[in-house]
Structure formats: structure tokens, C-alpha cells
Design a binder for this molecule. Structure first.
Ligand SMILES: N[C@@H](CC=O)C(=O)O
Length: 327
């Protein structure tokens, strides 16, 4: 596909999750089925190898095979796709970027190297080389709260000055003051925030999400995104109810120390749209199956509209990558 410009990157993007067999190998058939379901959920784009995709555990042949499947299926369906080429080692990351580039994704997502923290100059040096290797594919910087080096809105501004190929960021989001600081860079950088807070994010100038709500219900997440364009107060009320669901069922698992990929697979099981399973790769713990049923019941009770979205093709907004329909 064509390289994406900042203003083209928006909406609800769905992650690939790894369906794992008992020996932790990837079940390719189930992955393929999952990808088909994700695409038909109507998401604005699909990506592989975020945290939810367990990129930190994946071997290089697996990395390539997932990407080939993603590129082939998304190209065939005309759906934008991005490839996460992040790795805690800068050198391995660069190799992944080199190979991901060959598949012409809309953008390549990277994390900053993640054992020792980086100075500002080192962040620049890293992204500059990544951008040179990725060219003409642009870069999205994935900087979650647990990253070793935290990128402030001000550092982001300096990185954008120095690296024109940097077109997007994924961050958790923040309070009003954080949004005011990040908004200064919005015209030249797509800002993606946490899926379950997307209405707040959009109301404050963010553009979309690599979404955990899409992990739970791709079509429902797209429907909610549409609502943000038509009726923001209603979308914010839905976000409040998603918050109740998360405080009842996700926060306790988080408090027990379960990792984000385990929680994303839990959400997928709650949504029930894919047979991905709960298993995550060693050494991380998986959510116990008996946590799913109560969450599933509460989800249908608290946020029923997320599970009654119309069939995917009809739910997709007209401009797949533009702002929310009507917004
Ligand atoms: N945190 C997630 C979002 C999807 O569930 C990611 O790893 O990209």
C-alpha cells in the first residue's frame, strides 16, 4: 500500500493476537480466521506486533510469516495495515524494519530500545536510522507507559522537527494539560491513545487508537467510533460504562500482575468474536478461563451496543482513515 501521511492515520485499528497451541507455537489457521474476522469488523486498519501481539516473544521467522499473512490479506481486502517492528534491541529492530519495509505497510511502528534509557540525542539517532532504513515507509513511535524511555510532548516536538518520516505516536493519553501539550504537534503527527478512552481522546484532539476495545469487539469499537462523530456525549457515556466494566473485570486481573497481552486476549474471549484463546507465551501468566463468563455477562449488560453492531461491511465509515463519520 502507499505510505500513510499523518492526516490519513486515524480511527480504530485492530491488533493481531497470537492464537497459541499448548506448546506455545502459533496456530496459523486460527490466526488466519482471526484476521478475516478482524477485517470484516470494519476497522480502519489492522496491525501486527504491538504489545498485544507479543512482539517481545516472537522469533524472526514467525515475525516474517505473520507479516506476510497480514500484508496479503489486507491488500486483498483493501484495508490499511501497519507492521510493528519494535524490539528491545535496536539492532534486531533495524533488521525487522528492513524486512517489514519490503511488504509496503502504510507505516512501521517501533519502540525505543528498551534496556538502558536513551538521551534525547540517542532517541534522535535511533529514529533517524530507522527512518532511513524504512524509507519510503513512515514511522509510528509506540511509547506505552511501561517503556524505559518516556517521550514527553516536548521531546516528541523535537523528534518531529528532526525526523520528517515520523508521522504518528501511540501513547496512553493523559489529562487535559497533557492533551494541550500534545495538540501542538497534532497537525504533523497522528496521536493514538488507549482504546477504552478513545472518546475522551478524540474530544481532546487525538486521532484514533490501536484499540483494546477492537480486541474485545472489532465491529462494536467501529460503531462506537462512529458515535463519537455523531453524538460525543453519548460516546462519552459509553466510555464511562466501559470504564465500569474494566474496573470490575480488568483492573482486578491487572492488580494480580497479569500482563497487557494476557488482558487483551481476555477481552477477545469476553467479546467472543475470535477463537484466539487465553494462552500467552512464557514466562507470562494467562488469565484463568473461569474469569471470562462473568465478564461476558456484565459486558452484555453494561455495554450491549458494543455487541449488536451491524454486519461489518455496513458498519465501516465511508473514509476508512478519515475522522469519525459526521465528525
Ligand atoms: N495495547 C495494545 C492495544 C490493543 O489491544 C497493543 O499492544 O497494541
Amino acid at each position: 500500500m502507499r505510505p500513510m501521511r499523518a492526516e490519513q492515520i486515524g480511527g480504530v485499528w485492530g491488533t493481531l493476537l497470537l492464537p497459541l497451541a499448548a506448546d506455545e507455537s502459533i496456530d496459523w489457521l486460527r490466526l488466519d480466521t482471526q484476521l478475516t474476522a478482524l477485517i470484516s469488523g470494519g476497522v480502519q486498519g489492522v496491525y501486527a506486533h504491538g504489545t498485544a501481539g507479543e512482539f517481545h516473544t516472537i522469533g524472526e521467522p514467525e515475525f516474517d510469516r505473520v507479516n506476510e499473512l497480514l500484508a496479503e490479506r489486507c491488500t486483498r481486502a483493501g484495508v490499511p495495515y501497519q507492521i510493528g517492528a519494535g524490539h528491545p534491541s535496536a539492532q534486531t529492530c533495524l533488521d525487522r524494519v528492513r524486512r517489514a519495509r519490503e511488504l509496503a505497510p502504510g507505516a512501521i511502528q517501533v519502540i525505543l530500545p528498551d534496556w538502558l534509557p536513551l538521551s534525547d540525542a540517542e532517541c534522535t539517532a535511533f529514529l533517524r536510522r530507522v527512518a532511513a532504513v524504512a524509507e519510503p515507509v513512515p514511522i509510528v513511535l509506540y511509547n506505552p507507559p511501561h517503556a524505559k524511555t518516556q517521550v514527553s510532548p516536548e521531546l516528541l516536538g523535537r523528534l518531529l522537527d528532526r525526523i520528517p518520516a515520523l508521522v504518528g505516536v501511540k501513547m496512553a493519553g493523559g489529562d487535559g494539560a497533557w492533551y494541550a501539550r500534545i495538540r501542538r504537534h497534532a497537525p504533523r503527527c497522528s496521536v493514538f491513545v488507549a482504546g477504552h478512552r478513545l472518546a475522551t481522546g478524540l474530544a481532546n484532539g487525538a486521532h484514533g487508537s490501536y484499540s483494546n476495545i477492537a480486541a474485545m469487539t472489532p465491529a462494536g469499537a467501529v460503531e462506537w467510533y462512529g458515535l463519537m462523530g455523531r453524538d460525543m456525549p453519548a460516546a462519552l457515556d459509553l466510555e464511562r460504562r466501559i470504564g465500569v466494566l474494566f474496573s470490575r473485570h480488568v483492573a482486578p486481573l491487572q492488580a494480580r500482575g497479569l500482563s497487557n497481552p494476557a488482558l487483551d486476549k481476555f477481552l477477545a474471549a469476553v467479546g467472543g468474536w475470535t477463537d484466539t484463546g487465553l494462552r500467552v507465551r512464557w514466562p507470562y501468566a494467562s488469565v484463568p478461563p473461569d474469569s471470562v463468563e462473568a465478564a461476558r455477562r456484565d459486558a452484555r449488560d453494561l455495554v450491549p451496543e458494543l455487541f449488536t453492531a451491524p454486519p461489518a461491511q455496513d458498519a465501516a465509515p465511508p473514509g476508512r482513515c478519515s475522522g469519525p463519520p459526521g465528525g
